[in-house]
Design a protein around this ligand. Sequence first.
Ligand SMILES: [Ca+2]
Length: 229
Amino acid sequence: MQVTAPTERNASPDTGVTVGATYTESGYSTAGLRNGNRTEKAWSNWRSGTKNPSDTITYTFPAARDVTRVATWFYRDGSNISFPSSLKVQVLDAAGAWVDASADVPVGTEGTVVADVPIQPVSTTGVRVVMTMRPGGYTTISEIEVYAKAPGVSSDAAAASIAVDGVPVVGFDPDVTEYRVVTSQPRKAVVTATSRDPYATVAVDKGVVTVTSEDGTATRTYTVKLVRR
Ligand SMILES: [Ca+2]
């Protein structure tokens, strides 16, 4: 049982996440879009001659995530207006098609330019930002953060049950930490235990059961005194 509520976190730096773009200026890279640096010039779609009217940056997750919002941190490239005129967020649906997850959102030009686009939480393995450039313009980006629901990490260090030779300890109460169990062979008896939170860690040393919470902040020790029948 998880006792804490799910929270939202930036999932883009997670292991196994990949990011690609329809075009990237030589010398820049999509890799810098998920490194936590919100102020660098990581990605650019500048090119000589005719500029791209649109470009798309795509994140792929190794497993489905409940995506809640996408924050794109743009980089101000000197005195140029290096921002798109608008963008929208799309997600990959179960059939493998890209579907709109937001309206087309205008992008400003003043101060620190960030497009923080909330979406209806959706479970998906792919998210992309589709940008429409200003006429003749280009875009530079520091970071794109893809926020997703994360399961809470619990501080529950209670046991759910303790057994001796496979027989549950009668009257076990997670809040009572000392027991006396009568058994025929105390020296050979095997004590086992399960934790209330499945993500907690259980260690058994003879008759001493130690449960450590998933977040590591709490431990609880149960003592089982084995006495000969
Ligand atoms: Ca970055």
